[in-house]
Design a protein around this ligand. Structure first.
Ligand SMILES: Nc1nc2c(ncn2[C@@H]2O[C@H](COP(=O)(O)OP(=O)(O)OP(=O)(O)O)[C@@H](O)[C@H]2O)c(=O)[nH]1
Ligand SMILES: [Mg+2]
Length: 367
């Protein structure tokens, strides 16, 4: 039996691979991947069959034990890929858990408390905007994690967000629907959703803060004076102590009622650091508008490098529309989605996210 080990540090984006105790150098095919994200290495890319296939090829053995050292969520991704593997090698997985995000943050908290107590002059400086290091740390830690949902019209943006909210709050229908920009801030202790509506200047209140349901949201969405809807309420399963999530539903950029919508989508793609969930409508993959948006995303990924590529996550939606009788299967569809996306950017990045996210989207729609 071959013993293979993977030690993964997601904060430094660093893997150490060992075969039978010996570290694989950067001259080896697997060792050369040491500086890439685990989720990317797990998937296929040009001249790379995915980590498990590559381990199988490098070990020349029927039985391989993989010892993984790292965070549980990363181990779960490895396990997911191992469960899908149907090659000739029998893999067994062992897990050695290291600190997770919560442990790291609590260690950082302690460290900051200690240096604050010592009143060290090295840490007494202020930034140009007048912030000291402690305020800046708190701001980053408690900052809002913004997720923008974008896509061409009727791809299922609002429906996906409703699924994440476990309730039908945002209007959705099979024609140009969302005309406003609604953002939902997670607030664990609220029992209902409350919303306030603003005009285009982001300042003039059109409807003051009130409890909302789908009916009020329909009214706000069809009122031409309303551009922004700020909503607060509990997004289930997302604890505030871990993350201050804000989901933002956007109108399709091709919404005929307002050319500003296209500009907003451009701004989200180019000018923010926020995460973008890009929803692809399986029943209508290759539209001109999709093409334009994907080109914009692709050039932003090229311009802003690695960090920017991680901002864009692709969701293949409406997977329930697959017609099994015509031989359409999820695997085949993923191949065609990959082929469709590959001219826009590197295959591997798109692949792993689409693979993972079609499952999320499928799950959300059906629950
Ligand atoms: N079969 C199927 N239909 C879906 C799915 N998601 C959304 N839909 C339907 O697709 C249509 C459009 O959904 P919306 O959520 O309004 O789409 P949108 O992207 O928010 O649309 P706009 O706001 O107009 O840009 C609605 O009729 C939904 O019921 C899905 O996963 N499967
Ligand atoms: Mg919508």
């Amino acid at each position: 039996m071959t013993k293979f080990s993977i030690e993964y540090n997601p904060y430094l984006v660093k893997c150490i691979f060992r075969k039978n105790g010996k570290v694989l150098s950067s001259n080896s095919k697997i060792g050369a991947k040491a500086g890439e994200r685990l989720q990317i290495i797990l998937g296929e890319s040009v001249n790379w069959k995915g980590l498990l296939e590559e381990i199988a090829a490098s070990c020349d053995d029927d039985v391989v034990e993989i010892q993984f050292r790292g965070r549980r969520i990363d181990f779960e991704d490895l396990k997911y890929v191992a469960d899908l593997y149907n090659g000739n090698v029998k893999f067994s997985l062992a897990f050695d858990e290291t600190a997770d995000d919560a442990d790291v943050i609590s260690e950082l908290d302690q460290l900051f408390d200690e240096i604050k107590e010592k009143n060290l002059p090295e840490f007494s400086g202020k930034s140009q905007s007048g912030k000291d290091i402690y305020t800046a740390y708190e701001e980053v830690k408690n900052g809002i994690f913004e997720v923008n949902v974008i896509a061409t019209m009727s791809s299922g943006k609002s429906t996906l967000i409703n699924s994440l909210l476990h309730t039908e709050l945002l209007p959705s229908q099979n024609q140009a629907c969302t005309a406003t920009i609604a953002q939902i801030r997670d607030c664990d202790n609220m029992e209902e959703f409350e919303a306030e509506c603003y005009a285009e200047d982001r300042n003039t209140v059109i409807y003051p803060r009130a409890v909302v349901t789908l009916d009020e949201m329909r009214k706000y969405n069809s009122d031409e004076r309303v551009t922004y809807i700020d909503i607060e309420g509990n997004i289930p399963s997302i604890p505030n102590k871990k993350i201050n999530l804000c989901l933002r539903d956007t109108p399709g950029p091709n919404f005929a009622g307002n050319i500003e919508h296209g500009k907003l989508t451009q701004k989200i793609i180019k000018e923010t650091n926020a995460v973008v969930l890009y929803i692809m409508n399986l029943t209508q993959l290759e539209t001109k508008n999709d093409d334009e948006l994907l080109r914009d995303i692709s050039s932003e990924m090229k311009r802003a490098g690695k960090q920017s590529r991680d901002r864009f996550i692709f969701v293949v939606n409406k997977c329930d529309e697959l017609d099994g009788e015509k031989g359409e299967t999820l695997d085949k569809i993923l191949v065609s989605v990959r082929d469709y996306l590959s001219p826009f950017s590197r295959k591997s990045v798109f692949y792993i996210y689409t693979l993972f996210l079609y499952i999320l989207s499928f799950y959300c729609y059906n629950h």
